[in-house]
Design a protein around this ligand. Sequence first.
Ligand code: DGJ
Length: 731
Amino acid sequence: MSILHNEQTGIFSLETAHSLYQMKADATGVLLHLYYGGKTGGDMDYLIRYTDRGFSGNPYELSSNRGYSLDTLPQEYSGNGVGDFRLPAVQVLSENGSRSVDLRFVGYAIAKGRRQLSDLPFVREAEETETLTITLRDSVIDLDLELKYHVFPSQDVIVRSARLINTGNQPLVIEKAASACVDFLYGDFDVIHFHGRHCMERIPERLSLPRGVASFGSRRGMSSHHSNPFVILCDRHATENTGDCYGCMLMYSGNHLEEMEVDQAGSTRLVSGIHPDGFSWTLAPGEAFQTPEALLSYSANGLNGLSRHYHDIIRHQVISPRWQTAKRPVLINSWEAAYFDFDAEKILRFARSAKEMGMEMLVLDDGWFGKRDDDNAGLGDWVVNEKKLGCSMQELSDQIHALGLEFGLWFEPEMVNEDSDLYRAHPDWALADPDRKPMLARNQLVLDMSRQDVVDYLFDAMCAVLDHAKIEYVKWDFNRSISNCYSHALSADRQGEVAHRFMLGTYQLLDRLLKRYPDLMIEGCSGGGGRFDAGMLYYCPQIWCSDDSDAVERLEIQRGTSYGYPASTMGAHVSASPNHQTGRMTPLSTRSIIAQSGTFGYELNPEKLTDAEKEEIKKQISDYHRFELLIAEGSYYRLTELDENKDFEAWMFVSPDQKEALVNLVMTHVRANGPFPHIRLQGLNPQYHYRLEGENIAHSGLALVNGGFAFPQMHRDYPAAQLHLVAIDEA
Ligand code: DGJ
């Protein structure tokens, strides 16, 4: 049993393999958060001390107890406007204009397994999953709140969400409904958040939490390049391999907010959920609102330990079972090879060459439909441009399959160009404020995915293409932020629902397509990694990590991504040198080593490769096949500390049975007469001896972990080395 309720003490204990989460409803019905951290073997309510703090008032019924204040006690899900002056988890506007919410315990239920969510992505049930539902009630406004906790013991993850139900006769307007709120009574924390921009996503920044509020989030209608819906709170001395770390990852691809508040007594509150700015949701009597899920995890083994929890749960409970263990094709993508300038003949030449080198799929990127010869027209018209191709999509696909390759196609379903037949027929299908010209970005508008007719149109249009030709893969792009988020199909008082309804529409479309084409692989993309989140990963087993394909920049991007997401989800390709985004020259071997730590592929014009490069690529692909399982299923370790080492980046994968490992090292700064790049390996079995491929020598796991390994000095720009270790015996 991973969920226990002690009837005597009222304490709920949620246990995973290495963590304990406790809360209790006290005599007043307030649900107090008691503890989250390493196991303790006992009840943690002794940690709460009651004191009369000035300006922290008392609930009316407890006015004689000046030591009891909602403002000083750790709350499991903070209400609003009734005495806790810290961040609220929920805010609801009642008919009379009040925004107060005061939640008290009503009851609970513990069940095996979990119920699926119908319109949102969710963490899929594991064999040992258990669910705790705690119902809180505000009996003045007739609001019930169900707090859901799905416990995944072996992954050390607790999945939280909230469901708000209007049990009264008056409509309620939800203005804020967090997915999770966690109060840490004691401890000084650093926060690590993942900021960025187009072409440089998920850059970790570690900051000491100040007194007051720190917050990160996105109001772009997408999880965004700029702020990933994932934060880590860690103790001030935590490193990659030591120290307490807590993660909170929102399973959502739209607007989100992560807030942290350090209060007057030094306690820390973390609140995460849909961004409340611009959000409101009318709940008619009897209706319910479900928040997205938040994945909480705790590790005592530093940031690497925490990352492995997220890698594990994403690989096994978020990714579709169809792709959890399936090998991903080594693909060649036409974008950086040809951009909009192609016809079927050129694509087939790429395909022939790709096949000779051992690639397994050709992906035809943007430009195959409507009047799409540049990025100013055609989005929305998902009709094959046979004139440009010189043949039908079926003919092209047949010829690619005849070469022995699979075939993939690019779509950007949620967008429309003004210069498109779709927009001319349905201008009201684009999001735009009445009487105001909408912002354009890449000359495109955003379709109103909150409308069922738009979702239905897209489903039919995409099916028409997918039914017509054999297509194993779709790249699902999304190339602008959402502004003018106004739907012509909703009344004025419901416009605050559009951004969330947009995401529900997108999720519905993905869901319907996958139900119709269960073997279709959809790779997520949003101008690279602008929607790299657990919500999209539920539908898309891999996501194009960044439009920056420069190998050296990718070191940072993939490292940042690895804090929350496994290598098997990161779309990574070998591209041309000089690189198209930075102009940087890098060795082909380095580009390959970096791209191999993702879902491997190529994004270059094969006709420009020399024979020697083609031979090298053949070898890269066969090497990748030797390691792909290890990379996809192995435990991942970053071997350098954040910002610690400016001369090289190193990381490794260790197989689940610890019998095999792959170490990667890339020099970012080669120095004359420099030191040997030395690293201490991680995750090896100290009892094993490991043979180092190419070195014809073996060392014990203990030696490699404690003493480490020194690579030879390397020369020229951005050299890289790879070390493959295989256990030969037990010491
Ligand atoms: C942005 C994507 O990230 C690129 O890979 C490419 O598909 C372009 N869009 C096409 O417009």
